[in-house]
Design a protein around this ligand. Structure first.
Ligand code: BGC
Length: 836
């Protein structure tokens, strides 16, 4: 038996715009086999065919890995497709990630100049003997309908050029060429354990509109990653062009968020009746489709959006009484679906779609809750480790495709430590840490050597609080929080995770050394950036959030730091003032320092930029920046304006743990913390997770002054249950099974607030103050009302109005109605905008 080679047509190069490669061979079998198994991979993306039938349901195989180190082999049971007599095995190979254009530096052919196929088909006969067909010189090659197959730019298919019957017996391939072997390291071939990419769902259009110039614009109602399945009937030679966009701006198709990615498919008809076609070697991030050249009227059946991603098992969910928060959570889930296409990516639409480590680092706790990511991220971490070993540093992008070097930077490079640690928390699987250990320790020691003599990480490139909304449009790394403060804070946390990892694995000397390192960096942070009372340098929400959540403040400083944070978020009117580093933490930092009201005000804010602002604008995914589309409907065209970036969706982790109230206290939910913290206008929430031990669930509901809490604890686990809003603050221990509690809530605070209440008292209730503040801003724009000055203790709203010359019309009435609404306990109003 010969062993398989990578085979490729001689003299071809996978240059821009070159056609896909078709490969085939026929072979004869004596008798009907009992079993047949196909193992296949390629340099380029492939689609396998056997006896006229498409093999399996994987798309974009072999997915994307760091090919030189790890190239995924797919395995298919093809017992039902082989038969006695002549059989034909073949594949089409498009350029994919291995040969195509990747990254904003527009590099291509990063792994190969030539498209190549590798396969072996093992056939088992009834007598127990086996025979193996392999990729070798017996294959023949040609081209067919697929003329171009670029991931960024789209697919071009000419049905007139498709050789009919090429994948079945009886086809004359004498005009096809021979193939030759291509050198490729056999040792790179692996079974990755990642779920394949599949077509997961199909969406019908929600509207189809014909424009004056004949273009047809289709809205699928949801921003997805995938492609369009087109059904069309027309004359031979007619070309239909499909362009894809994330958004309409001023009702017009807008492709600026794609940067240089053309995201355009072209289908040329062969005539002869209705045909259904879909691309197979590209994908697009889109909600809108623009069709030109379509013959006849487009009906909903003619255009279907195919949702494509790694086919992971869904494991978690959340819903509440707040419709906009629910849509935010749905958007987080869609953001994840759109960005787990083989590799966990920053975005799925523009000329990036890359495995940016920082984005995933922020999002991993959320991702691991929502889906079983052990396969996809286990494979990705293996790539990270392989590339780190080769390069010395953790690349910012895995698989790495850019020439720009990747010196260690906080939140990005430390993904090497924090992602395995987060996965271990979710799944409790020690092997995750064992496999990652060399990569984790290499990273930590590398940064240890970069610390200054005081123990601070105070030099070198840093992304800082990337995409702080206050950073200049042309420099997303120049946020208002000191970048070395961010770096040192993250490293203190990461060194602690490292020490804990060493402890779990029984590497005691490492554990002691890393714990000392963690403490040294924590001390250095505290000495440099925190005042004795707990004020944190930069005075930004991110600086406080990092100091509090990463436990970098001492006990005596903690409350003051929390109070300062509350003041900082109030100062920004409960809109978002944090970037990638701080946004995942700010609500946690508030809720853990007694500022739950402020955390909910941040959550429920709808002004721009805020968590819910995009939802009010009709967003169906999480945007790269909260102000990607401005209130006036214009696109914030800064170049960092994807409408499908999961990173900032990391806030869902707080929804799960604090609003819903389900957290893992010991790795793998061996012990649960059930501690919902109801607040804001929410009257109900439910969160569930299919843990490695089984279903865990928490649901709370407030009706008519009483609380009902339902908890499901998975088998073999225990839970500490802190009964929410319980009059005595009861905490109970329970074992597995279903548990329910109902109890009356303490009567609502009866303090009567009216026009004669001192302003300082009104301002002490953040929900009430934000209502009154909104009235002032509306009626007296630009006139600051300072609620913390000494006079606020004696001045009431009625007195204040007496001091204002020419009180604006309606100011008094609006203040009174805000007070009335507050007394009636109605939710803080939100503005729901029209769907875009
Ligand atoms: C990506 C990010 C990434 C960042 C870092 C961007 O272009 O889309 O999300 O983390 O670059 O530079």
């Amino acid at each position: 038996m010969t062993s398989p080679s990578f085979i490729t047509p001689p003299g071809t190069t996978a240059s821009e715009g070159s056609p896909a490669v078709y490969l085939r061979r026929s072979f004869a079998l004596d008798g009907q086999p009992v079993r047949a198994t196909l193992r296949i991979t390629s340099l380029g993306v492939h689609e396998p065919w056997l006896n006229g039938t498409r093999v399996g349901d994987e798309v974009l195989a072999p997915g994307w890995t760091s090919y030189a180190h790890r190239l995924a082999v797919s395995e298919h049971d093809v017992s039902d497709l082989v038969h006695e007599g002549e059989n034909v095995l073949g594949a089409v190979v498009g350029e994919g990630w291995a040969a195509g254009r990747l990254g904003w530096e527009s590099r291509r052919n990063l792994w190969t100049d030539r498209l190549a196929l590798w396969l072996e088909l093992v056939v088992e006969h009834t007598d127990g003997t086996t025979e193996t067909i392999v990729s070798d010189g017996q294959f023949r090659a040609s081209t067919g309908g697929t003329r171009e197959s670029s991931i960024y730019d789209g697919e071009v298919y000419d049905a007139r050029l498709e050789p009919t019957g090429w994948d079945d017996a009886g086809f004359d391939d004498s005009g096809w060429t021979a193939v030759e072997p291509l050198d490729w390291p056999e040792g790179s071939l692996v079974r990755t354990g990642a779920e394949p990419i599949r077509r997961v769902e199909t969406l019908a259009p929600v509207s189809i509109s014909v424009r004056d110039d004949g273009r047809v614009v289709v809205d699928f109602g949801q921003l997805i990653t995938g492609w369009v399945r087109l059904t069309v009937d027309g004359d031979e030679g007619t070309t239909v062009t499909l362009r894809h966009a994330e958004t309409l701006i001023d009702r017009e198709f807008d492709v600026r968020t794609l940067r240089t990615a053309r995201a355009t498919d072209r289908y040329t008809l062969a005539g002869g009746g209705s045909q259904t076609w879909e691309p197979r070697f590209t994908f697009h991030g889109f909600r809108y489709l623009e069709l030109t050249g379509y013959p006849g009227e487009v009906t909903p059946e003619d255009v279907q959006a195919v949702v494509v991603h790694s086919d992971m098992v869904r494991t978690g969910g959340f819903e509440s009484s707040h419709e906009l928060v629910n849509r935010l959570h749905d958007n987080v889930v869609w953001g994840m679906r759109g960005n787990f296409v083989g590799v966990p990516t920053d975005c799925p639409q523009r000329d990036e779609r890359l495995g940016w480590t920082g984005d995933l680092n922020a999002f991993t706790p959320t991702a691991a809750f929502l889906y079983d990511v052990r396969g996809v991220l286990g494979s990705w971490l293996a790539d990270l480790a392989a590339e780190q070993e080769e390069a010395g540093d953790v690349p910012w992008i895995v698989p790495n495709v850019v020439a720009t070097p990747s010196p260690p930077t906080a939140l990005w490079s430390d993904a090497a430590v924090s992602i395995p640690w987060a996965l271990y928390q979710q799944y409790g699987d020690v092997d995750i840490l064992t496999r990652a250990y060399p990569s984790m320790t290499t990273f930590v020691r590398r940064v240890e050597a970069l610390l200054d003599e005081t123990g601070l990480w105070s030099s070198g490139f840093q992304y800082g609080d990337w995409l702080d909304p206050d950073a200049p449009a042309d420099n997303a790394a120049a946020g208002k929080t000191d970048r070395y403060l961010v770096a040192t804070a993250y490293f203190a946390k990461v060194a602690r995770e490292m020490a804990q990892t060493s402890g779990v694995l029984g590497h005691d000397e490492d554990a002691t050394a890393f714990a000392a390192l963690a403490e040294r960096v924590r001390r250095a942070f505290n000495d440099e950036y925190v005042t004795a009372n707990g004020r944190v340098a930069s005075e930004s929400a991110t600086a406080y959030a990092l100091a509090i959540v990463f436990d970098l403040v001492d006990d005596r400083q903690r409350q003051h730091a929390g109070d300062r944070l509350a003041a900082v978020v109030a100062r920004s009117g409960y809109t978002i003032s944090t970037g990638f580093a701080g946004t995942p933490l700010v609500t946690d930092a508030l809720s853990s320092t007694g500022h739950l009201d402020e955390a909910y005000l941040l959550l429920e804010q709808t002004d721009c930029p805020s968590f819910l602002y995009p939802v009010t604008q009709g967003a169906t995914t999480v945007w790269e920046r909260w102000d990607a589309i401005r209130p006036d409907g214009s696109l914030n065209d800064s170049g960092m304006t994807s409408l499908n970036h999961y990173a900032l969706g990391a806030v869902a982790d707080w929804l799960h743990r604090v609003v819903g109230g389900l957290a893992s206290l010991e790795p793998g939910y061996r012990r649960l913390l059930v501690a919902p913290q109801p607040g804001g206008s929410l009257t109900r929430a439910r969160v569930w997770n299919d843990t490695v031990r089984g279903r865990a669930e928490v649901a709370w509901q407030i009706t008519d002054g009483s609380m009902r809490l339902d908890v499901v604890v998975p088998s073999g686990a225990t839970a500490e249950v802190r009964l929410p809003l319980h009059p005595e603050g009861a905490v109970v221990e329970v074992g597995d099974g279903s548990h329910t509690w109902t109890y009356d809530l303490p009567a609502a605070d009866s303090t009567v607030v009216d026009m004669d209440t001192p302003i300082a008292v009104l301002a002490a209730d953040p929900g009430l103050w934000s209502r009154l503040d909104a009235v002032f801003q509306d009626k007296l724009p630009g006139v600051p009302i300072v609620p913390s000055g000494p006079e606020a203790h004696s001045i009431s709203l009625s007195l204040l109005l007496g001091f204002i010359p020419g009180v604006p019309d309606g100011l008094q009435e609006a203040l009174e109605s805000a007070l009335t609404a507050h007394r009636a306990g109605s939710p803080t109003p939100t503005t729901a905008g029209a769907a875009r």
